[in-house]
Design a protein around this ligand. Sequence first.
Ligand SMILES: C[S@@+](CC[C@H](N)C(=O)[O-])C[C@H]1O[C@@H](n2cnc3c(N)ncnc32)[C@H](O)[C@@H]1O
Length: 192
Amino acid sequence: MRKLFAAVLGCAVIATASLVSAAPKDEPKIIVPYVPTHHKVVEAMLKLAAVKEGETVYDLGCGDGRIVIAAVKDFKAKKGLGIDFNPERLKDCTASVAAAKLTADQEKSLTFKQGDVLKMTPEEFKDVDVVTLYLLPSVNRELKPVLLKGLKPGARIVSHDFDMGDWKEDKKIEVDADRTHTVYLWTIPAAK
Ligand SMILES: C[S@@+](CC[C@H](N)C(=O)[O-])C[C@H]1O[C@@H](n2cnc3c(N)ncnc32)[C@H](O)[C@@H]1O
């Protein structure tokens, strides 16, 4: 099933890539289709990353914002940032925040912004404790050097369904929800 999903995502990316020359200059070079992570998998991702009170969590390609909302609401993260290139998804984030019945402080600790994750710089990750991903293997591989350079030792990355090529994960779990999902964990080493 994962292979099928990857194939569907892959076809969509190829179709998108073939349109790149006609796309506006600021359109991302890779656009991953929107598929929200099942809530049970969201919880498993944040548990695997061991998100602790006071930590900062970024979701790259945040969809409707469910991962950073759960990080702040259920895991007491101090700051959650979701970034998505698609303005429609940012409207979804606003609706998700309204539906989540957050405290005023929790709402204040969340930020959603429009942007291309492939244009993020290592400096943007220096204060981040946990990065969550549900993108594509090719996008993960492009993000790897930026994350490795920018994140501090001990910071964690969790990825739904897709690995990081030659960067072997520290742990991998399977989560049964609507199907069997895989979640990968990497911890930034002390010596990079
Ligand atoms: C598979 S969905 C995952 C959504 C969310 N993280 C979750 O797990 O529920 C991928 C998301 O990434 C966004 N996206 C795709 N390519 C992107 C890019 N290059 N920069 C920023 N966001 C992107 C899509 O709009 C979509 O919302």
